[in-house]
Design a protein around this ligand. Structure first.
Ligand SMILES: Nc1ncnc2c1ncn2[C@@H]1O[C@H](COP(=O)(O)OP(=O)(O)OP(=O)(O)O)[C@@H](O)[C@H]1O
Ligand SMILES: [Mg+2]
Length: 241
């Protein structure tokens, strides 16, 4: 009988290091994520959360100088950002990159130009009825919450396997945050894996299965989201909550 190989993680980050020019920011980050999990990536301002997401999406800045990234066994670290996107890694940056002058529907169609194509419009609108209502509206005139929905929907139109969200709740009223949470739970139920960076740590932890805390470009804690919620000292030290 052959030895059983340990199951490989769905997404694996191994000792990545990244710089903005001479500035050493991501200082040896390693973690694994299982398929369908939601992971909250937390930490103080300037801890390196955005930089880490950008490095994972293989955006040029910060430059990755060392380390390995695997999605479903496929090596992401040698890729350019467009290749990482084709492999299924979709970064939704803080500013959401909604294209003004185009309608909601045109924004979605533009996303579908990417290969491989993800969800069709009907499927998207079934999950995002608000977007169906507003399909002919100039996307930039939508509310912050609606724009965040569009940003997530656009990732689905591109066949996302790993969704990287940078502060999706920023500037949104609590009731809208709840709407986005509901959508992210649906996305999880479809088996899509999410890493969420949030200043609203409690909201992110309530949504997430696992938590990572970054401090000065290094992982200071990894565990379950519940462990962070239950650990007052940890929250106080790294999250100031
Ligand atoms: N383009 C850049 N050039 C040089 N340094 C940068 C650049 N972008 C970010 N940094 C620095 O890298 C460090 C980490 O920044 P990053 O944006 O990743 O933090 P963050 O955890 O996302 O913070 P926040 O919670 O405020 O969004 C900070 O010290 C920041 O000043
Ligand atoms: Mg940030």
């Amino acid at each position: 009988m052959s030895a059983v190989e340990p199951k490989k993680p769905f997404f694996s980050v191994r000792d990545i290091h990244a710089y903005y020019g001479e500035s050493y920011i991501v200082q040896g980050v390693s973690f694994d994520v299982e398929e369908g999990e939601i992971v909250a990536l937390l930490g103080r301002n300037g801890a390196g959360k955005t930089s880490t997401l950008r490095a994972l999406a293989r955006v040029d800045d910060p430059g990755l100088t060392q380390g390995e990234i695997y999605l479903n066994g496929e090596a992401i670290h040698p890729m350019k950002s467009f290749q990482a996107a084709q492999a299924g890694i979709q970064l939704v940056p803080e500013d959401r990159r909604i294209i003004g002058g185009l309608t909601v529907e045109e924004n979605l169609i533009l996303a579908q130009v990417a290969e491989p194509i993800g969800w069709d419009l009907d499927r998207i609108y079934d999950h995002f009825p608000k977007l169906r209502e507003r399909r002919n509206q100039d996307a930039i005139t939508m509310s912050g919450g609606e724009q965040q929905m569009l940003a997530v929907a656009r990732a689905l139109a591109r066949d996302v396997k790993l969704l990287l969200l940078d502060e999706p709740y920023e500037g949104l009223a609590p009731v809208i945050v709840q709407e986005i949470e509901k959508i992210l739970r649906e996305v999880k139920n479809l088996g899509i894996t999410t890493i969420i960076v949030e200043q609203n740590a409690v909201a992110a932890l309530q949504l997430a299965d696992k938590a990572l805390i970054l401090d000065m470009g290094q992982i200071a804690f990894r565990g379950t989201a519940q462990e962070v919620l239950d650990d007052r000292d940890l929250r106080h030290e790294y999250l100031a909550i």
